[in-house]
Write a protein that binds this ligand. Structure first.
Ligand code: ADP
Ligand code: MG
Length: 695
């Protein structure tokens, strides 16, 4: 039997293991490093490394690797054996403190957006002692940050840690105003991961799925998701076996996978872990995605993490549940039960509202990708407009403070006196939630629903943490002079909250985010609506954004410029790969299939007319297929020309990909999908939507 309490974290060099295996002084010193973010003493590192190696070898590990999150979005590792030659020339097992603390991957082929080219060709990885080491596939993985030799960040982890520090420092100052002495405040995140599971044999037969993660052609299946019979439906035995296996692997790695269920679309599922500090949750989510793919393969399945694997079928997202919490576990987005608790909550809530309004562009940017463009703004996903859902109770609190009408209800004013009144109890009912909101308050946390299923959640949380840190810092600056004088403090607090809510109320929207009216209303309110990735990325390095990140020491200007470049380049490459895959499938599979089918039809017509028989139906069909084939060949020729054109500059390249290449791919797809509906099943060269989704 699998004993979860025994197995959970058994492959993690956790605090518990460290306490057991390290001398007390070493443990204490490491703990300080972890808690205070200091650098590790070399002597301490040697002892930790030796203990880590012995522990890992006792679990069957033979290699170690620095495990990091470069800008590619996936994790990277380069394995070294615990092997060394001693002074007598004998081979011994070894793992030094130096090897633990710092690695030097020959990382010249990771994207750097020009950062390393200008300075130093190589980068280094440095142990992030705030994340635990773990064993995966016989290798000790040491979570690390990845930097250039001049200290510029080349990964997603370092800026995340920096943003957490900024948030903590600002939140600690604000809490001091409420008489709370807190050492550290952390952002907590529980990412809900959606994915598709399909039969491996179908996957292997489709070049588009293999190289781009989504189907580039495919007519709709006879049955879609119109019956809503898959959502929370009973899980098929094969999928159940996958989930059980996945959970076991995740638990051993200390990933608290908690909930597994079917999602809206056929073959779509979701996994939600128990939340953790955002850096730990980010590592865990990266591991989750990797293991989902691996475990699926073992079960004869393929796990699709693309945001829109099937046209016309629900896409996959990753809901980023986010809150902030003190080191003693007080959730700062929990309304509290007393007037003082409510006042503190309202201040933090206001900080988030201001942050999301002022940096709506950054949140949109953090979820921009070729894959997610097919999802955002489509019918089932939040629109590309960022807005906040707070629910009726909170909205009425906010409108009493600001004096605005809120959802067309009666205008109220001055009902609430912050610091004196207790808020009405807020509902935490699931059914009450507005599923169409991209950023929803769900009782004691916010749920950001725009991230795509394949994303590393670091970027979104860097934006959120930094923007909220900025609000909190500004609030602390304003309120600190009144600290100590209760009356003066409450007066300043009331004034600040009321003013800020008035200024940022436009971001609050409780209605249907999928409606056309909202798009018009949002435009009237001046909210941004960046429909495509290049539209969003254009604003990455807007002066206000550069200034935000520099102010909080999260990114330098150069780092931000490099990131924008990497994202744009990644976008155009993704589209160009899709175009190539599509061309190959159309040229070598679809066109020959349609041609063979129409040839057989023509021969049948000929044979029949030789006997004096006339089939009108066959003639009509043959003419139709031939006509569609002609238009397909014509559009494929056009795509050939379009895709072979090189465009200089990443922004121009991305726009070309978005406006020209993708547009022509749509034309090709239409012709191919119309043919699919007519061409005989045994002629069609790839598994269809019905084959894949309703097996
Ligand atoms: P559901 O959305 O299915 O109703 P929950 O609201 O309980 O489920 O949780 C969804 C996700 O939010 C889970 O991953 C959960 O761990 C996470 N979560 C719950 N509380 C917090 C919090 N304070 N901070 C961050 N994430 C949280
Ligand atoms: Mg949820």
């Amino acid at each position: 039997m699998f004993d979860i309490s025994e197995e959970f974290g058994s492959m993690v060099f956790s605090d518990h293991v460290m306490r057991q295996l390290l001398p007390k002084t070493v443990y204490e010193s490491l703990k300080k490093t972890r808690e205070e973010g200091r650098s590790l003493d070399e002597a301490v590192a040697d002892v930790v490394a030796a203990a880590m190696k012995d522990w890992a070898m006792s679990k069957g590990a033979t290699h170690y690797t620095h495990w990091f999150q470069p800008m590619t979005g996936i994790t990277a590792e380069k394995h070294d054996a615990f092997l060394s030659r001693d002074s007598q020339g004998h081979m011994i097992s070894e793992f030094s403190g130096k090897a633990l603390v710092k690695g030097e991957p020959d990382a010249s082929s990771f994207p750097s957006g020009g950062l390393r080219a200008t300075f130093e060709a190589r980068g280094y990885t440095a142990w992030d002692p705030t994340s635990y080491a773990f064993i995966k596939d016989g290798t000790l993985c040491i979570p690390t940050a990845f930097c250039s030799y001049t200290g510029q960040v080349l990964d997603k982890k370092t800026p995340l840690l920096r943003s957490m520090d900024a948030l903590s420092a600002a939140a600690v100052r604000v809490l001091a105003l409420f008489g709370k002495k807190v050492r550290r405040v952390n952002a907590t995140v529980g990412p809900e991961q959606e994915y598709f599971l399909i039969d491996r044999a179908d996957y292997d037969k489709r070049l588009d799925l293999r190289v781009s993660g989504r189907t580039l052609i495919g007519a709709p299946a006879a049955k879609g998701q119109e019956l809503d019979d898959h959502y929370f439906g009973s899980i098929r035995p094969r999928v159940k076996a996958f989930m059980e296996d996945l959970d076991k692997e995740l638990w051993r790695l200390g990933v608290p996978s908690k909930t597994e269920h079917n999602e809206v679309a056929p073959c779509q599922h979701e996994m939600a872990p128990i939340f953790d500090n955002v850096n730990v949750a980010t590592d865990a989510n990266q591991l989750t995605m990797e293991l989902m793919r691996k475990v699926a393969e073992r079960h004869g399945l393929a796990c699709l993490l693309h945001e829109k694997p099937f046209k016309g079928v629900n896409g996959s997202g990753k809901h980023n549940n986010w809150s902030i919490s003190t080191d003693s576990g007080e959730n700062l987005l929990d309304p509290g039960r007393t007037p003082a608790g409510n006042a503190q909550f309202l201040l933090f809530l206001t900080a988030v509202i201001r942050a999301v309004d002022e940096y709506q562009d950054l949140l949109r940017i953090s979820v921009a990708s070729a894959g997610n463009d097919h999802r955002l703004g489509a019918n089932e996903a939040p629109p590309a407009i960022v807005s906040i859902f707070v629910g009726d109770e909170l909205e009425s609190v906010i409108s009493s403070l600001t004096g605005s009408a809120g959802s067309g209800k009666e205008k109220k004013s001055g009902v609430i006196d912050i610091g004196a009144a207790v808020l009405p109890k807020l509902a935490r009912d699931n059914s009450d939630r507005n599923r169409t909101s991209p950023f929803a308050f769900t009782g004691d946390k916010f749920e950001f629903r725009m991230p795509g299923s394949s994303f590393n959640i670091a970027c979104t949380n860097i934006m959120l943490n930094t923007a909220v840190a900025d609000s909190l810092e500004a609030f602390a600056d304003e309120l600190e002079p009144a600290a100590g004088d209760k009356e003066a403090f409450l007066k300043s607090l009331n004034a600040l909250v009321t003013r800020e809510l008035k200024a940022h109320e436009r971001i609050i929207f409780n209605g249907n985010g999928y409606s056309k009216e909202w798009e018009e209303e949002a435009a009237r309110r001046g909210l941004s609506n960046y429909k495509k990735t290049p539209d969003a990325l254009e604003h990455y390095t807007d002066e206000k954004n550069v200034s935000l990140f520099e102010r909080h020491h999260v990114y330098t200007r150069e780092e931000l410029v490099s990131r924008a470049e990497i994202c744009l380049d990644e976008y155009q490459k993704a589209v160009r790969i899709e175009a190539s895959a599509m061309l190959e499938m159309l040229h070598r599979q679809v066109i020959p299939a349609a041609s063979a089918f129409s040839k057989d039809l023509a021969q049948s017509i000929q044979a029949k007319s030789a006997l004096g028989l006339e089939s009108k139906g066959e003639r009509t069909l043959c003419r139709r297929v031939t006509g569609l084939l002609d238009s397909l060949v014509e559009s494929v020729d056009a795509l050939d020309v379009i895709a072979s054109r090189k465009v200089d500059g990443v922004m121009d390249g991305a726009r070309y990909a978005s406006d020209v290449i993708l547009a022509q791919m749509d034309v090709c797809r239409d012709a191919s999908d119309s043919l699919e509906a007519l061409v005989g099943k045994e002629y069609w060269p790839v598994p269809t939507y019905s084959d894949i989704l309703f097996r």
